[in-house]
Design a binder for this molecule. Structure first.
Ligand code: HSE
Length: 371
């Protein structure tokens, strides 16, 4: 069978738009016949791509089932509602999904092919039909340090994250900018005047952050000028679900047996779309920094080791430097005082690219090569 008929759902949202843009740029749509689905604009003209006509109903099981593969960025509720119904109706196609709903299920594989291509290949060969993108933070952490994992050098990882507003959604990104505007307005005049009293500027900003009219409907708290050390819902052991995913998903992605512990705290910060993480890695034995750096660099074609100095760090190792890029820089690599096996590193990645869209389009490409 050649895989040529693909349905796309949720392609207008933030992740979906990035995905479609990447697919166009890489020529993924060549040779594909695409149906574009919608939950709200059925019958309206669809994008002039992949021979797609008018938008089809994203809840029309028959129309969905006419596709050999469906890629969805529509979200977890949609997956829960539609996928079981499609499978019950006998649809045997490939489901490629950005949502977390199916990630940990036995009949799914988490896709991140630069890191776990053999796991994906085995899944395809064994008849798995659900190909799910990983949590953005987990995927970006593995993109950065998969070289160390491949060598079997990782005893455990503690990841302390600095996650961008985009991970919470498009409306949250807007709210972050609105918060910044309110702060800017409160400090206007005082900020520009070097002779103004700094504590007065601080008071103005602080009063703005805690005022009743400060925009925080989405985040529930100030993110601009502050941070939020809580992402997603709580789990029984005191972790948040975002923190729980670090261990659960990294071990599923790598098919580790026994599992390699990954844990830490996840924090939302006022970056737009790039997630950062400070990693503490316990190596299985003392390994020189130069060996560590070259093994990290060899991990895949997108990781970049950044020299541990101020100029390189400021130029290359920030959300601003990585925004819109597929590169995954990792720097601040040094040994910690705890002992020669303890490694520190800091990494940044675009959570809409390797963190969301890129593994999905590559999963489709891989499936087209294999089936
Ligand atoms: N859950 C992540 C976040 C994004 O809130 O940043 C999706 O993987």
């Amino acid at each position: 069978m050649s895989l040529s008929k693909v349905g796309l759902v949720g392609w207008r949202g933030m992740v979906g738009s990035v995905l479609l843009e990447r697919m166009q740029r890489e020529g993924d749509l060549n040779g594909l016949s695409c149906d574009f689905f919608s939950t709200s604009q059925v019958g309206q003209p669809g994008p002039a791509l992949g021979g797609g006509g008018a938008l089809k109903d994203a809840f029309d099981l028959e129309a969905l089932a006419a596709n050999q593969a469906i890629i969805t960025c529509q979200g977890g509720d949609y997956t829960s509602q539609v996928l079981p119904a499609l499978r019950s109706a006998g649809w045997d196609g490939y489901w490629i999904d950005a949502a977390s709903t199916k990630r940990m299920d036995e009949d799914s594989v988490i896709v991140l092919d630069p890191v776990n291509r053999p796991v994906i290949e085995r899944a395809i060969a064994s008849g798995i039909k659900n190909f799910i993108g990983g949590n953005c933070t987990v995927s970006l952490m593995l993109m950065a340090i998969c070289g160390l994992y491949q060598r079997g050098w990782v005893e455990w990882v503690s990841s302390m994250t600095y996650q961008a507003a985009s991970g919470a959604g498009a409306a949250h990104m807007r709210e972050l900018v609105l918060q910044m505007q309110q702060i800017g307005a409160a400090g206007a005049g005082l900020a520009e005047d070097p002779a103004s009293a700094i504590l007065e500027l601080d008071r103005q900003v602080s009063a703005t952050l805690s005022a009743d009219d400060f925009r925080k409907e989405k985040f529930g708290a100030a993110l601009a000028g502050s941070l939020i050390p809580w992402i997603d819902r709580d789990m029984p052991d005191g972790a948040t679900r975002e923190e729980w995913k670090g261990h659960a998903e990294s071990n599923k992605i790598l098919d580790n047996d026994p599992p390699i512990p990954v844990d830490g705290l996840c924090v939302r910060v006022g970056a737009m779309r790039c997630h950062s993480q400070a990693l503490t890695i316990k190596l299985t034995r003392p390994i020189s920094l130069s060996e560590v750096e070259s093994v990290i660099q060899e991990g895949n074609n997108w990781v970049d080791v950044v020299p541990n100095n101020r100029d390189a760090t400021l130029a290359k190792l920030s959300p601003q430097a990585v925004n819109g890029s597929l590169r995954v820089p990792i720097g601040r690599i040094r040994k910690l005082k705890m002992g020669p096996e303890y490694l520190a590193a800091f990494t940044v990645g675009d959570q809409l690219l390797w963190g969301a869209a890129e593994p999905l389009r590559r999963a489709l490409t891989l499936l087209r090569e294999r089936v």
